[in-house]
Write a protein that binds this ligand. Structure first.
Ligand SMILES: Nc1ncnc2c1ncn2[C@@H]1O[C@H](COP(=O)(O)OP(=O)(O)OP(=O)(O)O)[C@@H](O)[C@H]1O
Ligand SMILES: [Mg+2]
Length: 386
């Protein structure tokens, strides 16, 4: 019932399809080809009446008059077999004219021939007692029954052709994938912009704040050497030195969250072992023999493992987790399992959906299996042919 095009309607169960309006809509669509057909016939007659030299001059004039009208007509009648709104395309006018030229020169008569054969055949059979009374009542009755039995078949044929014609018209008016490509590209831009910003923050923290804290820590250490051990200033300096060291450690941790140096230097396997080693839940890692993969693949997989292990620690209550990563046939597959409570639901946070967005950019896939009671498995596949 919720079908949007004649082709989609074909996949309904037969009783539902045969009772639907789609076969009738397709008949109406194809009958519409009478309009361009009549225009062509009138044009041919006009050219014939005008005679050879004037007639030839008339052809471009008639085409210039008729084609824009047919273009509009085609756009309107497309709604009979395809109810999905057409996306705006920059060269819409040119595409409409192209579609109309296709109809005027080729498609209209094919539509009418198809209609004649598929609908005309069974109708003639049904009417044969009337059309051919000389064949006798018995033969006429058999022919009528055959005609009735052929009607459902005709419904399928006519819907298939109507649907195919709709798909052709849509392909001309709005090329497939134009919107989809744009969405993916803009997402890629977003992730690129994020990646650039991430590197900038990482460099700022590393070169700016971290170096200042190192310098502060050293100065405090030197100052401490100049002060006698038993003075109250020495105690304060010790405290300050300790604070500076802790701030430095926290900052290093923060930078590691923003960017993994291990990932850049030693690749995904080492980076996974590094994250796993810092997880409060014990993690078994099987990520040997990964080698180096394309940078976007490594970064994406690294984020997946980081987020999945953060989720294990925050939500799962698991006692153990496992990370496996391997490449087979040019595809990297990473799995993070835990033996916790399960019930992970991407709709409840931004972590998992954010991963899905990142994966879309590298043409990867994320699947989550997490029945209530556990266990939870997060699996990603990323093509990485390099
Ligand atoms: N390993 C897991 N075990 C059990 N529940 C999980 C697990 N991972 C995720 N969940 C559940 O699924 C929800 C969605 O996870 P998601 O990572 O998308 O968001 P989040 O971790 O809550 O927030 P954030 O946006 O900070 O990541 C979580 O709120 C949590 O309830
Ligand atoms: Mg999360």
């Amino acid at each position: 019932m919720g079908d949007r095009t004649a082709l989609e309607a074909l996949t309904q169960r037969p009783p539902a399809f045969l009772r639907s309006a789609w076969p009738w809509r397709c008949v109406a669509y194809l009958v519409g080809s009478v309009v361009p057909g009549a225009a062509v016939a009138l044009g041919v007659i006009a050219v014939g009446l005008a005679g050879p030299p004037a007639g030839l001059l008339l052809v471009p004039v008639l085409l210039a008059l008729v084609v824009p009208l047919i273009a509009r007509f085609e756009r309107v009648r497309l709604r009979l077999v395809d109810t999905v709104p057409l996306p705006p395309v920059p060269d819409r006018r040119r595409r409409e004219i192209g579609g109309a030229v296709m109809t005027v020169f080729a498609m209209w008569w094919i539509d009418l021939v198809m209609l004649g054969f598929t609908v005309g055949g069974p109708v003639l059979l049904i009417l044969s007692p009337v059309v051919q009374p000389e064949a006798g009542p018995a033969l006429g009755a058999v022919a009528s029954v055959a005609g009735v039995l052929l009607l459902p078949v005709a419904a399928y044929t006519i819907t298939a052709w109507g649907g195919a014609r709709g798909a052709m018209a849509r392909a001309v008016l709005a090329p497939a994938g134009s919107e989809l490509g744009e969405v993916v590209r803009s997402r890629a831009r977003l992730v690129d912009a994020f990646e650039t910003e991430r590197r900038r923050i990482e460099r700022d923290l590393h070169d700016g704040a971290q170096q200042r804290l190192v310098a502060l820590s050293m100065t405090l250490g030197l100052a401490r050497l100049d002060v006698p051990d038993d003075s109250p200033t020495a105690r304060l300096l010790d405290v300050a030195h300790d604070e500076a060291r802790q701030a430095l450690a926290e900052l290093r941790e923060l930078i590691r969250g923003v960017h993994s140096q291990v990932l850049t230097d030693r690749g995904l396997g080492a980076a996974i072992r590094d994250v796993a080693g810092r997880s409060p839940v014990p993690v078994d890692v099987d990520a040997d023999e990964l080698g180096r993969l394309p940078a976007p693949v490594e970064v994406t997989a690294y984020y997946v493992v980081s987020e999945a292990l953060a989720n294990v620690a925050r939500h799962s209550g698991a006692t153990r987790a496992t990370v496996t990563a391997r490449t087979t046939a040019g595809t990297l597959a990473v799995e993070v399992r835990d033996d916790g409570v399960g019930g992970a639901d991407p709709a409840r946070g931004t972590g998992l959906t954010g991963l899905a967005d990142r994966l879309a950019v590298v043409a990867g896939r994320l699947s989550v299996s997490s029945p209530p009671g556990g266990p939870t498995l997060v699996r990603v596949e990323i093509p990485c042919a390099s």
